[in-house]
Design a protein around this ligand. Structure first.
Ligand code: P6P
Length: 353
């Protein structure tokens, strides 16, 4: 605690991790892992910043990912940078990425006990317009042994057990974070002891602590939803948004609308200014659009660590055990009072159906 509050010299992320490991022996291996992630985020930040002059905008012709989405050049490069940084940390058992069809078991020589799930460059469709993008990650302990395969016929059982590691509920996260590439590059990280923001000082090439123990405001006055989906939403969602727009909500105030369309930017602003961000299910995305494992759960973890809440409208995001690696879920997160009011209105609409 005193480390986070010291006003002396700026606290670098590297120093913060070493201090945490000194006080929590069980987190020693976490230092190497997060250092690998911070290196990757610095590299991705540099690539994103130079994309316009290094011909890294746009997409590889005809390349689409598992979801059938056109892969941007920087999607592919960011994924490679993060995969390699994690593998060479020597702390990984298995990784799952938005850009990989299936999770990847790290070969035995580099294998460790951690499981990392990540979206290497979320919001990349905004890149060409110079809008914010971000890296999102979550860290679990390995639950199922990723044993070295003795015989070929074992491959299925071993592979299946190992891949199960990436389908843990968010309550089992031991760390999560995101890095936003915007007017500045900021890495928000939690090791289970609050959410802390580190900003990249490009002069020295280090992330330095700029917001310790982030606390989301109890209530905000900004809502962040893609309202073009309004007529495809449940009645309860429509009713709730109407109350914010008309000012007939518990705060008796009309809310402002802010929506970037890049999850990391919209969540980061909600964490700092309060209010509510959501991507509900709609008639087009009946299960919601955002991915549970490597978007919703890590963000829900960080928001809860900052005193906020994250729900599907029916259950806490962190309580859900994923059925598949690219599973989508409705997501509404933000200030506790805003989420409580949302659940009351949405819950009532479900009861009155
Ligand atoms: P829409 C970006 O593609 C993303 O996955 C999130 O970063 C963002 O919150 C959402 O999709 C935006 O979706 O349908 O509003 O463009």
């Amino acid at each position: 605690e005193q480390l986070l509050s010291s006003q002396a010299t700026p606290i670098s992320l590297t120093r913060y991790l070493l201090e945490v490991a000194k006080q929590n022996k069980e987190l020693e291996d976490m230092v190497g892992l997060i250092n690998g992630i911070q290196f990757a985020c610095k590299k991705i930040s540099s690539m994103v910043g130079k994309a316009g002059v290094t011909d890294l905008m746009g997409s590889y012709q005809g390349l689409v990912n598992f979801h059938g989405e056109e892969q941007k050049k920087l999607d592919v490069l960011s994924n490679e940078v993060l995969k390699n940084a994690l593998k060479f940390s020597g702390k990984m058992a298995v990784i799952a990425s938005e850009e990989e069809d299936v999770p990847i078991m790290v070969e035995e020589s580099y294998s460790g006990n951690y499981v990392v799930v990540f979206d290497p460059l979320d919001g990349s469709s905004n890149l060409d317009a110079g809008l914010p993008t971000g890296t999102i990650f979550g860290v679990f302990q390995q639950q199922f042994a990723c044993l070295v395969r003795e015989f070929e016929e074992q491959i299925d059982q071993v592979e299946l057990a190992c891949l199960q590691n990436t389908l843990q509920p968010g309550r089992r996260l031991i760390a999560a974070g995101y890095c936003i590439y915007s007017s500045s590059t900021m890495l928000v990280l939690s090791l289970g002891n609050g959410s802390h923001c580190f900003t990249l000082d490009t002069e020295v090439g280090e992330f330095v602590l700029t917001r310790a123990n982030m606390k989301i405001p109890q209530r905000g006055h900004i809502y962040s939803f893609n309202e073009s989906n309004y007529y495809q939403w449940d009645k309860g969602i429509q009713e709730y948004i109407e109350r914010l727009k008309k000012g007939n909500n518990q705060s008796a105030t009309r809310y402002s609308s802010r929506y970037v369309g890049s999850m990391v930017a919209d969540v980061h602003r909600t964490l700092l200014y309060g209010g509510i961000f959501g991507y509900p299910a709609d008639q087009k995305n009946v299960g919601g659009k955002l991915r549970l494992v490597y978007e919703c759960a890590p963000m829900a973890y960080l928001v809860e660590q900052a005193g906020g809440k994250a729900t599907t409208g029916r259950e806490d995001i962190l309580d859900i055990t994923p059925k598949s690696i690219h599973e989508r879920k409705p997501l509404v997160l933000g200030s506790p009072d805003d989420i409580e009011e949302f659940l009351q209105v949405y819950g009532m609409s479900l009861v009155n159906r």
